[in-house]
Design a protein around this ligand. Sequence first.
Ligand code: NAP
Length: 247
Amino acid sequence: MASDERTVLVTGASRGIGKACALALAEPGTFVAVNYRSRQGEAEEVLRAVEKNGARGMLLPCDVADPQAIAEALAALVRQTGRLDVLVNNAGVTADQLSMRMSDQDWIRVLQTNLTGAFYCTRAALRPMLRQRSGRIIMMSSIVGVHGNAGQANYAAAKAGLIGLAKSVALEVASRGITANVVAPGFIETEMTGAMSPEARQAMLSRVPMGRPGTAGEVAALVSFLAGRDSGYITGQVFIIDGGLTT
Ligand code: NAP
């Protein structure tokens, strides 16, 4: 069934930056699909908050690294709303280790979720977007994908890969009203960074000129702009949001 509602899919929206993006994009006239992999209770809370903002929505549980599950989830979403306007490829994991000690499993899992998962979602999203001749695709990369980071070769490779993916897709679909851009955050206060040791956290913060971590809401505000109607002439770009760490 086709609808006039602007349809948004945020992957990894049960917490952290994905949750903030889902909430920032949730406004009357919008349908927000909340993807997650395991934390159903938290995803349900996000959906309730989405509805409180005046939007409609649905839970879309699946592992972004599973191509069959993604194809089915996207099909279910488009059956529900008849369209897809915004895809935020946010789902991500870490499995840090120095390269010489990194297991095949940790390399593959991080690449599979952070990069291949984004590709599966993008491929599935392009069909309805091409039909509509409009769409916004946003990749949640990291400054680590731009600069590299000792102990995060898998994560950095995946996040750098998202930049190549976005730039290529941007060129493929620019003439069809679809944009693809990258957001590359620095140190943002979420559960992912909460797992850092106090020493690692302090070392990281001491390098941030603003002297504080960013918030998920600050990243979501940038995503919201790139997902909005006023960003139609911006594509294939990387937007760093890191409190001045990269200058
Ligand atoms: P987070 O708090 O750990 O949340 C990760 C989210 O991804 C959760 O909703 C999780 O869902 C979901 N997820 C993980 N694997 C998934 C899979 N295979 N399929 C579907 N969903 C999956 O992380 P965050 O800090 O908000 O980070 C969000 C994104 O921003 C990530 O891509 C991360 O790399 C990137 N980023 C974060 C920072 C930072 O400082 N925090 C900096 C730069 C970039 P479940 O809870 O259901 O497992």
